[in-house]
Design a protein around this ligand. Structure first.
Ligand SMILES: NC(=O)c1ccc[n+]([C@@H]2O[C@H](COP(=O)([O-])OP(=O)(O)OC[C@H]3O[C@@H](n4cnc5c(N)ncnc54)[C@H](OP(=O)(O)O)[C@@H]3O)[C@@H](O)[C@H]2O)c1
Length: 208
């Protein structure tokens, strides 16, 4: 699949490496195209890097690997997103990581959908720490990625991406369920950083 990754930070780098390793066509986009090119060079395996609009234009799926607060800028920079699957991986957290800055009646994913009404927004990966994106870091454990969207086909595409890099994709229902998935991400941050477990934990929904 042709996947654009917007950003060059922890999640962007982890996703770029793991997706390129699974033979996806990775195009990294950054507000600093030189940073995207440098990351693409590091990733290798045919990854390309450049500006945000150029990356988005080439891809079927565009992953926003940036802070929620940067989404409006990045969406503006991306240009025409009509019909593209736009993946929101964000946890809309405060500067001290300790709380969410939006919720209850909306979510980061729904706000992003409002900013990009022509795109098809899918929530995914927000409960997976960057440290667990490399397959080998998971030490044989299958972690769950909660996938929410109002579009079943787009949900299927993003679930397929997650499965292709060794995750179990869990159908988490409509995009508005991001109101509940984002607090799970925040709780995972508390377990990882404030309750001593380290950034190597992930939530799972267990069916008995
Ligand atoms: N880290 C994790 O373990 C983790 C886990 C789950 C979800 N998430 C979510 O994933 C997202 C990225 O997190 P991260 O840890 O990868 O962050 P990060 O390492 O700080 O990287 C953030 C990236 O966003 C870019 N950026 C910032 N402002 C921007 C703007 N206005 N326009 C375009 N790009 C902008 C930065 O570009 P510059 O380099 O140019 O500043 C950088 O490449 C966040 O929404 C976070 O909540 C993170």
């Amino acid at each position: 699949m042709k996947v654009a990754i917007i950003g060059t930070g922890n999640m962007a780098s982890g996703l770029a490496h793991t997706l390129a390793g699974a033979k996806h066509e990775v195009i990294i986009g950054s507000r600093d195209p030189a940073k995207a090119a440098a990351l693409a060079e590091k990733v290798g395996q045919g990854a390309q890097g450049g500006g945000i609009a150029a990356a988005a234009k080439l891809a079927e799926v565009v992953i926003l690997a940036i802070p929620f607060g940067a989404a409006a800028d990045a969406i503006k920079d991306a240009g025409d997103l009509a019909g593209k699957v736009l993946v929101d991986i964000s946890n809309p957290i405060s500067a001290d990581y300790k709380t969410l800055v939006i919720g209850h009646t909306t979510s980061a994913a729904e706000e992003i959908q409002a900013l990009a009404p022509e795109a098809i927004v899918v929530k995914a990966f927000n409960t997976i720490f960057a440290q667990l994106l490399p397959t080998e870091a998971r030490q044989g454990k299958t972690l769950q990625v909660f996938v929410a969207s109002d579009d079943e086909a787009a949900k299927g595409q993003v679930s397929g991406l997650a499965q292709s890099v060794g995750f179990e994709a869990v159908n988490a229902g409509s995009l508005s369920n991001s109101r509940f998935i984002e607090p799970i991400g925040e709780m995972n941050i508390h377990f990882g950083y404030f309750l001593g477990k380290g950034p190597v934990v992930a939530p799972a929904w267990v069916q008995v």
